[in-house]
Design a protein around this ligand. Structure first.
Ligand SMILES: [Zn+2]
Length: 235
Protein backbone atom coordinates (compact mmCIF):
# COMPACT_ATOMS: atom_id res chain seq x y z
CA UNK A 1 0.00 0.00 0.00
CA UNK A 2 1.31 3.43 -0.99
CA UNK A 3 1.05 5.84 1.96
CA UNK A 4 0.74 9.23 0.30
CA UNK A 5 0.53 11.22 3.56
CA UNK A 6 4.13 10.23 4.32
CA UNK A 7 5.42 12.28 1.38
CA UNK A 8 2.82 15.03 1.30
CA UNK A 9 0.48 15.59 4.24
CA UNK A 10 -1.45 18.19 2.18
CA UNK A 11 -2.93 15.64 -0.26
CA UNK A 12 -6.64 15.73 0.53
CA UNK A 13 -7.75 13.04 -1.92
CA UNK A 14 -6.43 10.39 -4.27
CA UNK A 15 -7.66 7.86 -6.82
CA UNK A 16 -7.23 4.29 -5.62
CA UNK A 17 -8.26 0.70 -6.28
CA UNK A 18 -9.96 -1.45 -3.66
CA UNK A 19 -7.86 -4.49 -2.79
CA UNK A 20 -10.10 -5.90 -0.05
CA UNK A 21 -13.31 -5.03 1.80
CA UNK A 22 -15.30 -6.57 4.63
CA UNK A 23 -17.03 -5.42 7.82
CA UNK A 24 -13.63 -5.13 9.50
CA UNK A 25 -12.43 -2.57 7.00
CA UNK A 26 -11.50 -1.56 3.47
CA UNK A 27 -7.98 -1.79 2.04
CA UNK A 28 -6.80 0.25 -0.95
CA UNK A 29 -3.65 0.09 -3.10
CA UNK A 30 -2.84 3.68 -2.05
CA UNK A 31 -4.31 6.15 0.41
CA UNK A 32 -4.24 9.66 1.87
CA UNK A 33 -5.92 8.42 5.10
CA UNK A 34 -3.60 8.57 8.14
CA UNK A 35 -4.11 5.64 10.55
CA UNK A 36 -4.28 6.21 14.33
CA UNK A 37 -0.75 6.34 15.65
CA UNK A 38 1.81 8.43 17.44
CA UNK A 39 -0.95 9.99 19.54
CA UNK A 40 -2.77 11.29 16.45
CA UNK A 41 -6.32 10.08 15.65
CA UNK A 42 -7.05 8.29 12.39
CA UNK A 43 -8.63 10.20 9.51
CA UNK A 44 -12.32 10.24 8.61
CA UNK A 45 -13.77 10.97 5.18
CA UNK A 46 -15.38 9.31 2.17
CA UNK A 47 -14.65 6.77 -0.52
CA UNK A 48 -16.56 7.74 -3.68
CA UNK A 49 -17.26 4.99 -6.21
CA UNK A 50 -17.36 5.33 -10.00
CA UNK A 51 -21.21 5.34 -9.92
CA UNK A 52 -21.22 8.23 -7.44
CA UNK A 53 -22.07 6.07 -4.42
CA UNK A 54 -20.23 7.03 -1.25
CA UNK A 55 -18.96 5.05 1.73
CA UNK A 56 -18.46 7.08 4.90
CA UNK A 57 -15.15 6.25 6.65
CA UNK A 58 -15.43 6.81 10.40
CA UNK A 59 -11.87 5.90 11.41
CA UNK A 60 -8.57 4.65 10.02
CA UNK A 61 -6.32 2.12 11.77
CA UNK A 62 -3.04 0.36 11.22
CA UNK A 63 -3.41 -3.19 9.93
CA UNK A 64 -1.04 -6.13 10.14
CA UNK A 65 2.15 -4.23 9.42
CA UNK A 66 3.29 -0.61 9.29
CA UNK A 67 2.48 -0.34 5.57
CA UNK A 68 -1.05 -1.71 6.04
CA UNK A 69 -3.90 0.81 6.47
CA UNK A 70 -7.51 -0.21 7.19
CA UNK A 71 -10.37 2.22 6.44
CA UNK A 72 -13.32 1.57 8.77
CA UNK A 73 -16.72 2.05 7.08
CA UNK A 74 -19.77 3.37 8.90
CA UNK A 75 -21.73 0.31 10.15
CA UNK A 76 -24.37 -0.77 7.62
CA UNK A 77 -22.53 0.74 4.63
CA UNK A 78 -22.56 -1.11 1.33
CA UNK A 79 -19.01 -2.29 0.67
CA UNK A 80 -17.09 -1.77 -2.57
CA UNK A 81 -15.86 -4.89 -4.34
CA UNK A 82 -12.14 -5.64 -4.83
CA UNK A 83 -10.92 -4.06 -8.06
CA UNK A 84 -13.38 -1.14 -7.80
CA UNK A 85 -11.96 2.32 -8.55
CA UNK A 86 -12.62 4.87 -5.83
CA UNK A 87 -11.69 8.41 -4.90
CA UNK A 88 -10.51 8.53 -1.29
CA UNK A 89 -11.05 11.93 0.36
CA UNK A 90 -10.29 12.87 3.96
CA UNK A 91 -12.15 15.39 6.14
CA UNK A 92 -9.49 18.02 5.51
CA UNK A 93 -10.45 20.66 8.07
CA UNK A 94 -10.28 18.08 10.87
CA UNK A 95 -6.96 16.65 9.63
CA UNK A 96 -5.46 20.12 9.25
CA UNK A 97 -6.30 20.88 12.90
CA UNK A 98 -4.52 17.62 13.85
CA UNK A 99 -1.50 18.62 11.72
CA UNK A 100 -1.33 22.01 13.45
CA UNK A 101 -1.63 20.50 16.93
CA UNK A 102 0.78 17.63 16.19
CA UNK A 103 3.38 20.15 15.01
CA UNK A 104 2.68 22.26 18.09
CA UNK A 105 3.44 19.28 20.35
CA UNK A 106 6.88 19.05 18.70
CA UNK A 107 7.38 22.68 19.77
CA UNK A 108 6.30 21.80 23.30
CA UNK A 109 8.94 19.00 23.34
CA UNK A 110 11.51 21.54 22.18
CA UNK A 111 10.79 24.08 24.93
CA UNK A 112 10.32 21.66 27.87
CA UNK A 113 13.26 19.42 28.65
CA UNK A 114 12.29 16.06 30.07
CA UNK A 115 11.54 12.47 29.25
CA UNK A 116 8.24 12.07 27.39
CA UNK A 117 5.97 9.31 28.71
CA UNK A 118 2.84 9.91 26.66
CA UNK A 119 0.80 12.32 24.60
CA UNK A 120 -2.40 12.87 22.66
CA UNK A 121 -3.36 15.01 19.69
CA UNK A 122 -6.99 16.12 20.03
CA UNK A 123 -9.26 18.36 17.98
CA UNK A 124 -8.12 21.88 18.83
CA UNK A 125 -6.19 20.70 21.86
CA UNK A 126 -3.35 18.37 22.77
CA UNK A 127 -1.29 17.07 25.66
CA UNK A 128 2.17 15.75 26.41
CA UNK A 129 3.10 13.83 29.57
CA UNK A 130 6.58 14.48 30.88
CA UNK A 131 8.58 12.70 33.54
CA UNK A 132 9.70 15.82 35.42
CA UNK A 133 10.45 15.44 39.11
CA UNK A 134 10.98 18.64 41.10
CA UNK A 135 10.58 21.04 38.22
CA UNK A 136 8.73 24.28 38.45
CA UNK A 137 6.69 24.78 35.29
CA UNK A 138 5.04 28.05 34.36
CA UNK A 139 2.08 28.01 31.98
CA UNK A 140 2.69 31.53 30.70
CA UNK A 141 6.42 30.97 30.11
CA UNK A 142 5.85 27.76 28.15
CA UNK A 143 3.10 29.37 26.05
CA UNK A 144 5.28 32.43 25.34
CA UNK A 145 8.21 30.23 24.25
CA UNK A 146 5.99 28.25 21.85
CA UNK A 147 4.27 31.36 20.49
CA UNK A 148 7.69 32.90 19.82
CA UNK A 149 8.64 29.91 17.62
CA UNK A 150 5.23 30.18 15.91
CA UNK A 151 5.83 33.87 15.18
CA UNK A 152 9.34 33.14 13.83
CA UNK A 153 7.74 30.83 11.21
CA UNK A 154 10.40 28.11 10.97
CA UNK A 155 10.20 25.67 8.02
CA UNK A 156 9.00 22.14 8.90
CA UNK A 157 9.98 19.20 6.69
CA UNK A 158 10.27 15.41 6.75
CA UNK A 159 13.72 14.00 6.11
CA UNK A 160 14.51 10.35 5.35
CA UNK A 161 17.89 8.96 6.30
CA UNK A 162 19.32 5.47 6.11
CA UNK A 163 20.60 3.57 9.13
CA UNK A 164 24.10 3.92 7.61
CA UNK A 165 23.85 7.71 7.31
CA UNK A 166 22.79 7.81 10.94
CA UNK A 167 25.76 5.66 11.98
CA UNK A 168 28.24 7.80 10.03
CA UNK A 169 26.74 11.03 11.40
CA UNK A 170 26.58 10.43 15.15
CA UNK A 171 26.22 14.18 15.78
CA UNK A 172 22.75 13.87 14.23
CA UNK A 173 21.57 11.67 17.08
CA UNK A 174 22.83 14.19 19.61
CA UNK A 175 20.73 16.93 18.02
CA UNK A 176 17.63 14.74 18.20
CA UNK A 177 15.33 14.83 21.18
CA UNK A 178 14.36 11.17 20.71
CA UNK A 179 16.54 8.26 19.54
CA UNK A 180 15.34 6.88 16.21
CA UNK A 181 14.25 3.27 15.71
CA UNK A 182 17.02 1.37 13.92
CA UNK A 183 16.94 -1.83 11.90
CA UNK A 184 14.28 -0.91 9.32
CA UNK A 185 16.83 0.33 6.76
CA UNK A 186 15.69 3.93 6.87
CA UNK A 187 14.21 6.36 9.35
CA UNK A 188 11.74 9.19 8.80
CA UNK A 189 12.73 12.29 10.71
CA UNK A 190 10.79 15.47 11.25
CA UNK A 191 12.91 18.60 11.13
CA UNK A 192 11.77 21.96 12.44
CA UNK A 193 14.58 24.18 11.25
CA UNK A 194 16.76 25.45 14.12
CA UNK A 195 14.24 24.06 16.66
CA UNK A 196 13.93 20.28 16.69
CA UNK A 197 14.84 17.08 14.90
CA UNK A 198 13.29 13.76 15.86
CA UNK A 199 11.93 10.55 14.36
CA UNK A 200 8.22 10.90 13.58
CA UNK A 201 5.83 9.25 11.11
CA UNK A 202 2.94 11.67 11.68
CA UNK A 203 1.47 14.53 9.64
CA UNK A 204 2.67 18.11 10.13
CA UNK A 205 2.16 21.60 8.72
CA UNK A 206 4.80 23.21 6.49
CA UNK A 207 5.94 25.92 8.86
CA UNK A 208 5.50 26.81 12.51
CA UNK A 209 3.52 29.94 11.59
CA UNK A 210 0.70 27.72 10.36
CA UNK A 211 0.28 26.28 13.88
CA UNK A 212 -1.15 29.62 15.04
CA UNK A 213 -1.08 31.06 18.54
CA UNK A 214 -1.69 28.69 21.44
CA UNK A 215 -2.25 28.74 25.18
CA UNK A 216 -1.23 26.32 27.90
CA UNK A 217 -4.61 25.54 29.46
CA UNK A 218 -3.41 23.52 32.43
CA UNK A 219 -0.51 21.58 33.89
CA UNK A 220 -1.64 18.51 35.83
CA UNK A 221 0.46 16.64 38.37
CA UNK A 222 0.00 12.88 38.19
CA UNK A 223 2.02 11.18 40.88
CA UNK A 224 5.36 12.50 42.06
CA UNK A 225 6.98 12.84 38.65
CA UNK A 226 4.41 13.06 35.89
CA UNK A 227 3.48 16.49 34.56
CA UNK A 228 0.72 16.63 31.93
CA UNK A 229 0.97 19.82 29.89
CA UNK A 230 -2.28 20.67 28.08
CA UNK A 231 -2.41 23.01 25.09
CA UNK A 232 -5.23 24.56 23.09
CA UNK A 233 -5.42 26.85 20.06
CA UNK A 234 -6.12 30.50 20.83
CA UNK A 235 -7.83 31.00 17.48
ZN1 LIG B 1 5.43 14.46 14.47
Amino acid sequence: MELLFRQDAYEKSCDATVVGADEAGIRLDRTVFYPTGGGQPGDTGYLTLADGGRVRIIDTRKGQDHEDVVHLPEPGSGLPIPGAKVTAEIDWDRRHRFMRMHTCLHLLCAVVEGEITGGQVGDGKGRIDFNLPDTRLDKEEIAAAINRIVAEDHPVRPRWITDEELETNPQLVRTMSVKPPMGFGKVRLLEIEDVDLQPCGGTHVRSTGEVGRIQVTKIENKGRQNRLINIAFLE
